[in-house]
Design a protein around this ligand. Structure first.
Ligand code: DX5
Ligand code: ZN
Length: 219
């Protein structure tokens, strides 16, 4: 099966977001990755509900919302109502994990938990049956354009092995520093949803770059 590509709008031209979205749609991108940062959970501050509503109003693309905020439980209903198709929140946040997963599902969105690079894979395994996707951060959350951390690869493999052992269809997403060099490494380890910001938006031919990321690895 081909892999999926989620384009991080953090690297988009924010003054021309609508035309950037048209470019993503025309380039065979599967999802739009929307990074929400609160300046507390991570140092950076990005965008939130009003922009997500505007994005929703202009596209049918699958909206993959990555919450890097201190108390995601407090906001998941609002992000679902604003148009999120999937909501990921951090295991390291202050919210109760099981309760937040339940709230996301009850609000009608797909459920996902994200792990920072230093968080062991083992901490997410017990939640797998409740999750549509696990997000393995391959850089420290907070900023686009960072370099891939190779040590995160073994976490992808551990999570993929457990999903296979349990017979689940949970997706494994990687986020940070993904490009034509690092994509084969994470795909080989079992990732099947690749977030990419600076590589995709910086590519001369976005459609060709996306097609390369989506290519299946034949082991
Ligand atoms: C970082 C964000 C990423 C980021 C990826 O905290 O979660 O989604 O935009 O950007 P690149 O692909 O440039 O590393
Ligand atoms: Zn992200």
């Amino acid at each position: 099966m081909q892999n999926l590509v989620s384009a991080s709008v953090l690297s988009a031209d924010m003054l021309n977001l609508e035309s950037e979205i048209r470019r993503l749609e025309a380039s065979g991108i599967d999802m739009l990755h929307f990074d929400v940062m609160d300046g507390v959970f991570v140092d950076n501050i990005t965008y939130g509900l009003p922009i997500l509503e505007k994005v929703r109003s202009t596209t049918d693309m699958f909206l993959d919302v990555h919450l890097m905020i201190t108390d995601p439980r407090r906001y998941v209903e609002r992000f679902a109502a604003a148009g999120a198709d999937l909501i990921s929140f951090h295991l390291e946040s202050a919210s109760d994990t099981a309760d937040t997963i339940r709230a996301i599902r009850a609000a009608g969105a797909k459920t996902a938990v994200a792990l920072k690079p230093a968080t062991p894979a083992e901490e997410v395994l017990k939640y797998l049956p409740e999750l549509d996707l696990v997000l393995v951060m391959t850089v420290e959350p907070g900023f686009g354009g960072q370099s891939f951390i190779p040590e995160t690869t073994s976490k992808v493999r551990t999570i993929r092995d457990r999903i296979t052992a349990l017979g689940l269809d949970t997706l494994v997403q990687v986020d940070g520093g993904i490009n034509d060099k690092t994509a084969p490494i994470v795909k080989e380890a079992g990732a099947n949803v690749l977030v990419s910001g600076s590589y995709l938006f910086g590519a001369k031919d976005m459609a060709a770059a996306a097609a390369g990321l989506k290519e299946e690895i034949i082991c």
